[in-house]
Write a protein that binds this ligand. Structure first.
Ligand SMILES: Cc1ncc(COP(=O)(O)O)c(C=O)c1O
Length: 484
């Protein structure tokens, strides 16, 4: 969507300008910002706009106000941690031992069973926000309006691809991510998980190899395992995403490699974004090699700088890219609405969807369509991004303050996840068990890979508002990590 230039959002531009300057190092810790009066002249905005921008950066932990002296750049303790180590991309990736390979389902089931056994007061494991960060009231009103406008919706059959009006809204909004789908190319799905299932079933058969990022979202590893496919983990940089060189090598050495699945924007669990040049190279490589590129862009709308991140699909010229997304993270975790663009596998994907689950319920589509047709969705995203940035900053600072020496982390530029490397030798499964006994839930690194390389990592979700109980939970976690 285009930027909205209202007085309400003008301050975000000013805040974004200084956020970028602080991130790039142009403004360093201790530097003083120009006076408020100078800022109004510099940006051609009102005094209240610059005050609002400074408050916003203060909330995010980037600035501090000093009485009678003005605003200063704060030393962000989160960013003083060493970054997570880069992987070795020189080694050809290999498939794990089949016995090890069948591990993710068992590990995830074990995780779920243990979580059910112990009551939790602080959940830092779920990768979505708590109810209060989503526009409940506005969505409820949108659903009521939709029911009024379409009273027959609960009894009429749904069109096979999903509601036409909703698909038009999705098509219009896809333009911001560099895509230009016709509404009829869009298939509404039961969350991103169904989209990934359909994509994998369309391009591969049991026994085939699927390249994935390492580490990868454990739900994807479960889908791959449940379809009888084999996951080949490709070294992935915590700052730049999947290594295209390593994938090239894997394509040469594994003739049964049918597809690669990537999360190009705010990867789960790394939180990194692939630079546009890498996205373009990846699309070119897959297209040339005849390998399907399945992208999962579920976090793409959560960039701190309110810019639209490009999807890999933006570079697709021959239908080699299957694009999958959903509203689970950005709008309505309870509605299970996702969507996909099937590329050259569209017809097969439609057939599989029909055979597997038939069209999605219409009411959720109509409600989200109503909500997204106007500017309410843009305003919600602006609020959500500000909230997530502030929570990530607080959490990263607390981790830097309390966790033992040797802890590493890369502060991401958006999304809601922190991928924390614990000191060498620390077993994240043992940390998870001990934390659970204290009522705290975290996601252990072992769930994100079959390689064993991430057993000393934790994924921490920053969706909930930072509070004394979260601070206390992080201190407890730090004690557990230090003891381990
Ligand atoms: C990268 C990624 N893809 C897909 C999903 C699941 O999406 P949905 O709930 O829409 O099925 C998640 C949820 O955590 C995720 O992190």
């Amino acid at each position: 969507m285009d930027r909205i230039d209202t007085a309400e959002t003008l301050y975000l531009r000013v805040a974004g300008y200084y956020r970028r300057a602080i991130r790039s190092g142009a403004l360093a810790a201790g530097d003083r910002l120009p006076s408020l009066r100078a800022l109004t002249r510099l940006h051609g905005v009102s005094l209240s706009t610059v005050v609002q921008a400074c408050h916003c950066l203060e909330d995010e932990g980037l600035l501090e106000a000093r009485p009678r002296s003005g605003y200063f750049v704060r030393a962000a303790r989160g960013s003083t941690l060493q970054p997570v180590r880069e992987p070795d991309v020189g080694r050809p990736p290999s498939l794990p031992d089949p016995a090890v390979f069948a591990g993710i389902h068992a590990r995830v089931s074990d995780f779920v069973a243990k979580c059910e056994r112990f009551p939790t007061h602080t959940n830092l494991a779920q990768a979505f926000g708590p109810p209060e960060v989503y526009p409940l009231e506005a969505l409820r009103n949108a659903a009521i309006r939709a029911l009024r406008r379409h009273p027959e919706v609960l009894v009429n059959p749904v069109p096979p691809l999903g509601d036409a009006g909703f698909r038009s809204v999705l098509a219009r909004r896809a333009v911001a991510a560099g895509m230009s789908p016709a509404p009829d190319e869009i298939l509404v799905t039961h969350g991103c998980t169904e989209a990934l299932n359909l994509a994998l079933r369309a391009v591969a058969a049991p026994g085939d190899v699927i390249a994935v990022e390492s580490p990868a979202y454990f739900g994807l590893l479960q889908v791959i395992e449940s379809l009888g496919l084999r996951a080949l983990e490709i070294p992935t940089s915590p700052s730049r995403g999947l290594s295209v060189e390593a994938l090239e090598l894997a394509i040469r050495t594994h003739p049964d490699l049918r597809a690669v699945v990537v999360v190009p924007n705010f990867q789960n669990p790394l939180g990194c974004v692939m630079p546009d040049g890498e996205k373009a190279r990846l699309v070119e490589l897959c297209s040339g090699a005849g390998v399907a590129l399945i992208e999962d862009d579920i976090y793409g709308a959560l960039d701190d700088d309110d810019q639209s991140l490009k999807a890999c699909k933006a570079w697709d010229r021959d239908g080699s890219v299957i694009h999958c997304a959903s509203f689970h993270k950005t709008l309505a975790p309870g509605m299970r609405v996702g969507w996909m663009l099937g590329g050259r596998w569209l017809d097969r994907i439609r057939m599989l969807k029909h055979a597997q689950s038939r069209p999605n319920d219409a009411l959720a589509q109509l409600a989200i369509g109503e909500f997204m047709a106007g500017s309410a969705y843009d305003r919600h995203l602006v609020r959500l991004r500000r909230h997530l940035l502030a929570q990530r900053t607080h959490m990263a600072e607390a981790i830097a303050t309390h966790f033992p020496a040797g802890t590493r982390l890369n502060p991401p530029g958006g999304g809601m996840l922190l991928w924390v490397e614990l000191p060498a030798g620390c077993d994240s499964m043992a940390v998870f068990d001990a934390a659970l006994r204290s009522g705290i839930r975290v996601a252990p690194g072992a769930m994100f890979s079959n390689s064993g390389r991430f057993d000393h990592f934790l994924r921490i979700c920053c969706g909930a508002a930072y509070s004394p109980s979260i601070e206390a939970a992080l201190r407890t976690l730090a004690r557990i990590v230090s003891a381990g």
